[in-house]
Design a protein around this ligand. Structure first.
Ligand code: AMP
Ligand code: MG
Length: 287
């Protein structure tokens, strides 16, 4: 599967219209990708084991999307096969009073992945240039007036780019997914949530309110992606109208990212080898 076409590294100007939300990469159904997904899960699990054992690189995986784009189920699938000891999933909701009393990167900094670990962010500090931009929430923030200028969002793009570059320079790899959904598919999924009792809990009237700002969000996503996509910390704009394809793309991207990290089991030194043999001898003697 060619995932390169979904990768954005900030070199060229992009338009979201150039990314087809209905794309299925030539596959016609989930059956076509089943085998590949299964193999990917096994490979990812092996690489995660090495990542953990090596304990050098942290992996930060960010999921952003409009409501009903399938973030939750994409995360559930991305997790399959991953050893729970080495991964943490964090959801970013409306900031609490405590969180609002800090800089916006504070709550994310606290949950960054340690070396050898993976952190999956369900939403992230990108909300601070998305919902905050669309609703101009910064106007009511308790900030010194010098920090509330018109260019606050542009400044945040720079801060986020620098933040992720800082992480990269310190051994933490950031990968960002934007699940790109059509407005029609969002409507279809909202109606399903209303009609299906088991899905009611997923629907909130806030979803309807936010849908009214669809175009503003699309614009905010595009600006944020363009401003923060880099060679080392790229964005992937993943077609989200077909959930099975969204998951297949994500699984391939994660595999390629982990292959690129290429974690290795620590090499056993001569002394460690001797100590192991010594332990073996003692164990055998003890019985
Ligand atoms: P959900 O992911 O559907 O549970 O919704 C979480 C809600 O929290 C979304 O509407 C987000 O836009 C909102 N949210 C997350 N981060 C922020 C933030 N920094 N400022 C304001 N709202 C946020
Ligand atoms: Mg929601």
């Amino acid at each position: 599967m060619n995932v390169k076409k979904y990768k954005v590294t900030g070199e060229n100007k992009i338009s979201l219209d150039d990314f087809d939300t209905e794309d299925t990469g030539g596959f016609s159904s989930s059956d076509d990708v089943k085998g590949m997904m299964k193999d990917n899960i096994v490979e990812i699990a092996k690489l995660q084991d090495r990542l953990y054992a090596e304990g050098k690189t942290g992996l930060l995986i960010i999921f952003q999307a409009m409501d009903a784009a399938g973030k939750d189920s994409a995360i559930k699938h991305a997790m399959s096969g991953i050893n729970p000891q080495g991964v943490e999933v964090v959801s970013f909701k409306q900031p609490s009073t405590e969180e609002l009393s800090h800089d916006y990167l504070w709550r994310a900094s606290k949950v960054l992945p340690a070396r050898g670990k993976i952190a999956i962010f369900n939403r992230s500090y990108y909300e601070d240039v998305l919902v905050v931009k669309v609703h101009k929430l910064y106007e009511n923030m308790n900030l010194p007036s010098r920090c509330k200028g018109k260019n606050i969002i542009e400044k945040r793009y720079d801060q986020i780019r620098h933040f992720e570059d800082y992480l990269w320079e310190n051994g933490i790899v950031t990968v960002k997914f934007f699940l790109h959904l059509s407005k029609e598919t969002q409507l279809k999924r909202f109606l399903e949530r209303i009609e299906n009792k088991d899905k009611h809990w997923k629907f909130s009237d806030a979803d309807v309110r936010e849908r009214k700002y669809w175009d503003d969000y699309q614009e905010a996503y595009l600006s944020a992606i363009e401003a923060t996509a880099t060679k080392n910390c790229p964005w992937y704009i993943v077609p989200a109208d077909k959930k099975w394809y969204t998951r297949a793309v994500i699984s391939n991207v994660l595999l390629s990212v982990m292959k690129k990290i290429d974690p290795q089991y620590p090499v056993v030194t001569k002394e460690q080898e001797e100590a192991l043999l010594e332990s073996k001898k003692t164990l055998e003697e003890l019985g």
